[in-house]
Design a protein around this ligand. Structure first.
Ligand code: PGA
Length: 263
């Protein structure tokens, strides 16, 4: 089953207006003639209109997305960006990133509402799941979770996020395994471990949703660099990568792009 590889650049709360424009143009140049790869930039939302306007004439594979949004069209939600405000700007919406869960206390109900709103609104959600229990936070840097911790946390998060989602809606979903403890400068999940988790996830999705599981893209995120990207991409269930720190300059992002191109 062919799944279009996906490289997601999560710029988090980094870049100035001019840095964002330069970086986005550099990425657009680098992928201009590339087939069979989709690159999604998630810049700070305030730079999005300028970047989209500047690059709208560029051919795919470059797309834009947001790191966060609120799952309502309008209302008294001070400080939030409503989902309908994003319709003409982006295709991808990241949901459930471990920093949103841990630092901004996003709970599973909000995450589920976001997934539902994104799918109903015709967007392509990138749902992040990963171990995030207080136990794991305390242990961060001291070791990896056991396979039982993987299972319980991951599948609980997945079930909660996908409550009420139909099989037909699943096709547009991407799921990223992105444990908080592995986000730089944490400890990386080895490629073979990422494959094992994603394989389990795909099997689970298959049991629950049937054949569509073969079309859902599964990503790994956390500590990805130019030195290890190719090692993750060797594995059959790793359909792409979510990159934070290393996506912030072409010096570090270019080798990751190359790993996809040479895959
Ligand atoms: P990182 O961030 O690549 O800096 O570890 C990954 C992420 O945003 O999940």
């Amino acid at each position: 089953m062919h799944r279009m590889p996906l490289l997601v650049a999560n710029w988090k709360m980094h870049t100035t207006a001019s840095e964002a424009l330069i970086l986005a143009r550099q990425v657009a140049d680098a992928v201009e003639h590339v087939d069979h790869l989709q690159v999604v930039l998630l810049p700070p939302v305030i730079w999005l209109p300028t970047l989209v306007e500047d690059l709208h004439h560029r051919p795919r594979p470059l797309s834009f997305g947001v790191q966060n949004f609120y799952p309502a069209s309008e209302g008294s939600f001070t400080g939030e960006i409503g989902i309908d405000m994003l319709t003409k700007l982006v295709r991808y919406l990241m949901i459930g990133h471990s920093e949103r869960r841990a630092l901004f206390h996003e709970d599973h109900q909000l995450i589920n509402q976001k997934v539902q709103a994104a799918l109903i609104g015709g967007f392509w959600p990138i749902l992040c799941i990963g171990e995030l229990t207080p136990v794991m936070l305390k242990q961060r840097g001291r070791g990896r979770p056991t396979s039982i911790e993987h299972k319980s946390d991951l599948f609980r998060q997945l079930d909660q996020a996908l409550a009420g989602i139909t099989t037909n809606q699943m096709e547009r979903l991407t799921i990223c395994y992105e444990p908080l403890w592995a986000i730089s400068p944490g400890r990386v999940v080895l490629p073979v471990e990422a494959q094992a988790v994603l394989e389990q996830l795909r099997r689970y999705l298959h049991e629950r949703f049937g054949q569509v599981a073969n079309r859902i893209r599964l990503l790994y995120g956390g500590g990805v660099t130019g030195d290890n990207a190719a090692d993750y991409l060797k594995f059959p269930d790793v359909d792409g990568l979510l990159v934070g720190t290393a996506s912030l300059s072409m010096r570090t992002f270019r080798p990751i792009l190359d790993a996809f191109i040479e895959r």
